[in-house]
Design a binder for this molecule. Structure first.
Ligand code: FES
Ligand code: FES
Length: 194
């Protein structure tokens, strides 16, 4: 019996099987990308590790903090919870793509004016989520902003300034005119200080 068949590499371990790669076309911040990625790569890891767009942050990596929020065709998405391959043909906007040339997005400008951050780790996700919320057109007052932004956690507690920045850009009424203050919504969002 020829034992060379059972020891093909002359004592060396057999080569690992090739990892299959799949083609992916997507647009990120206005730039077209033709990529090949493994099936398990999340959109978050693709942005950070393959495209060097590290503005998008990895917090929990399991959909609980919102730090990884980006816009997919204008809708906010937790990029840690979606596979890159699921975004075939879509348009992704990260915090790096919010500005118009050298002009910051109006929400970015409002964040600066209202000092709506401390360490800044949550800020890219807050900004993308805020822009997504404005695209949705659902929030009519500050209580609804708090409720609909509750998926974006800020460990520094910059919530009042974040809501103030959002309210300014969205031209929301003063808190005293907020009809949701008396219907229990305020209590429901009690984890987000007023
Ligand atoms: Fe995606 Fe926390 S890193 S939700
Ligand atoms: Fe530090 Fe939000 S500014 S976590």
């Amino acid at each position: 019996m020829d034992t060379r068949i059972s020891t093909p590499a002359a004592g060396r371990p057999p080569a690992a099987p090739a990892v299959p790669l799949y083609p992916l076309s997507l647009r990120v911040n206005g730039q077209e990308h033709q990529l090949h990625v493994e099936a398990w790569v999340s959109l978050l890891d693709l942005l950070r590790d393959r495209l060097a767009l590290t503005g998008t942050k990895k917090g929990c990596d399991q959909g609980q903090c919102g730090a990884c929020t980006v816009l997919v065709d204008g809708k906010r998405v937790n990029s840690c919870l979606t596979l890159a391959l699921m975004q075939e043909g879509r348009s992704i906007t990260t915090v790096e793509g919010l500005a118009d040339g050298n002009a910051l997005h109006p929400l970015q400008q409002a964040f600066v004016r209202h000092d709506a951050f401390q360490c800044g780790y949550c800020t890219p996700g807050q900004l993308c989520s805020g822009v997504g919320l404005m695209n949705e057109g659902q929030a009519q007052d500050r209580a609804q902003v708090r409720e609909l932004m509750s998926g974006n956690v800020c460990r520094c507690g910059a919530y009042p300034q974040i809501v103030a920045a959002m309210a300014e850009v969205m031209q929301l009424p003063d808190e005293t005119n907020d009809h949701h203050r008396d219907d229990g919504a305020g209590a429901r969002v009690g984890t987000v200080p007023a």
